[in-house]
Design a protein. Structure first.
Length: 467
């Protein structure tokens, strides 16, 4: 199977497996926002966001490292998996010993055990899932994602609707979903066969840590970028406003979802084709052109219909969230491009570059949050997030092509960013009177990007016919 066909096949499989399950989550948003008050929803989101901040620390970044090392064609997969499990055990053991410190944060009073359980089982599930993805069990990886989502939704209905457990039920449903999915992965992939104490060696553990440790602060930086605004909105404006702002994040995650599906397939292909420099450069250039087209068309369309989507998916108490969606959609589009450029660092094992560029965005985000949130509220937080991702994009656009010399399509990228910002500004400040202007911008972006996307698909099909 050629590299384009493999990338397309994996993307389709992951898309079918992921998009359907995530669509269920969006369709259930009215249920969640009707059963939880804005204050309760804010608390639940802060708990899960804090847990996500601790996840990479507790597993010492191994969930990233295991994929990169196990995906190599010549890797000793048993040695990689065994060393990863050993490091995970040490990391989670240390986390559990230090977990009583969480009780010092009064905001999480009564919820500390939820955070610990969330982190513990999320890390175990992630390591198992990433290993399955690395060994090209794409269908199984997609299936476990669907299973995880379905189990989480079923538990949400049980814990929230039937037993009315509120915040605890919302978080506990994710924990139970991770536990059951991990059990399924262990048996479906027979993971006990690729683990043995005798296969654990210090050299592999050292290599894994050398690659993975810089990714811990990188992940933490991104989580701080996403989390700091919610803490500051809560501090300056209260839990109710933060609950609405947290709900506003749900629509922009569609862009992250599309990007994430593709990234899972792309990372495998990028690692597999990394040995030949010319092939790698050409492959990156072709894929990047098509990727930009999908992201910008998708973001523009969601901005156009952001108010309608808020009315459809959110209860009346959360309807104000639509005002923040266009700006957050711009941020999501920039974040997706930033994530694509991060694969350069993953392929060449330049994880320190990933960390340093992410730190630029995090520092800028915190400063802008302090400046904008007190005066502009949640909209200021959204603007700060967007500008932070924009800064990281600029840094990586300068740095990444020095490592793999692929074409950035800079003129088209700049035009798309400007048009997307204009659409977001118009929709935010005059959605009804300027709807047709936003529609015109969206049509223009489709006209700019569709030929490139169709051209990429045509070239891929032509290569397939020649084989």
């Amino acid at each position: 199977m050629n590299r384009h066909k493999k990338l397309f096949s994996n993307t389709v499989i992951l898309g079918l497996g992921t998009f359907g399950s995530k669509l269920l989550v969006f369709l259930l948003m009215p249920l969640y926002t009707s059963l939880l008050s804005t204050s309760e929803y804010s608390t639940a989101e802060l708990i899960t966001s804090t847990a996500n901040l601790l996840i990479p620390l507790a597993c010492v970044g191994i969930s990233n490292g295991i994929f990169r090392f196990a995906a190599e064609r010549e890797s000793d997969q048993k040695a990689v998996f065994s060393a990863s499990v050993a490091l995970l055990t040490l990391g989670l053991g240390g986390f559990c010993l230090l977990s009583p410190l969480l009780s010092l944060i009064t905001y999480f009073s009564g919820y500390t055990w939820l955070i610990v359980a969330y982190v513990f089982f999320a890390d175990v599930q992630a390591v198992c899932a990433q290993y399955v993805r690395a060994i090209d069990r794409t269908r199984l990886f997609a299936l476990q994602g669907v299973l995880n989502t379905l189990l989480t939704i079923l538990c949400n209905i049980l814990f929230l609707v039937v037993w009315d457990m509120g915040v605890t039920g919302y978080v506990l449903s994710v924990i139970v979903g991770n536990i059951l999915t991990t059990v399924y992965l262990i048996f479906a992939a027979k993971l006990w066969r690729v683990f043995s104490i005798s296969s654990i060696n210090r050299r592999m553990m050292k290599d894994l840590l050398y690659f993975s440790l810089p990714l811990i602060p990188t992940t933490v930086c991104w989580l701080i970028t996403d989390l700091s605004d919610r803490y500051m909105v809560t501090y300056f404006w209260g839990s109710d406003v933060n609950g609405v702002y947290s709900a506003a994040y749900k629509i922009p995650t569609v862009v992250n979802l599309i990007s994430g599906i593709f990234m899972q397939a792309w990372q495998f292909s990028a690692v597999a084709e990394s040995s030949d420099e010319d092939t790698c450069k050409t492959f990156y250039s072709e894929v990047f052109r098509g990727f930009l087209s999908v992201i910008f068309i998708g973001a523009a369309g969601l901005i156009l219909f952001s108010r309608f989507l808020a009315d459809l998916l959110l209860s009346r108490a959360y309807f104000e969230a639509w005002r923040y969606m266009p700006t957050l959609l711009c941020a999501a589009a920039l974040e997706s491009i930033v994530s694509f450029l991060a694969t350069v660092y993953m392929v060449r094992k330049k994880s320190m570059h990933s960390f340093l560029s992410a730190m630029v965005g995090t520092l800028l985000n915190v400063v802008l949050n302090l400046l904008l949130i007190p005066t502009h509220g949640a909209l200021g937080a959204a603007i700060a997030t967007m500008l932070a991702y924009g800064a990281v994009l600029i840094v990586r656009m300068i740095d990444a092509p020095r490592i793999i010399r692929f074409k950035l399509c800079l003129p088209r990228l700049c035009v798309n960013v400007v048009l997307l910002l204009c659409a977001a500004a118009i929709m935010t400040f005059d959605p009804m009177g300027r709807f047709w202007w936003t529609l015109a911008i969206t049509v223009a972006m489709i006209a700019i990007n569709a030929p490139t996307l169709l051209g990429s698909l045509k070239r891929m099909l032509m290569r397939r016919r020649k084989q």
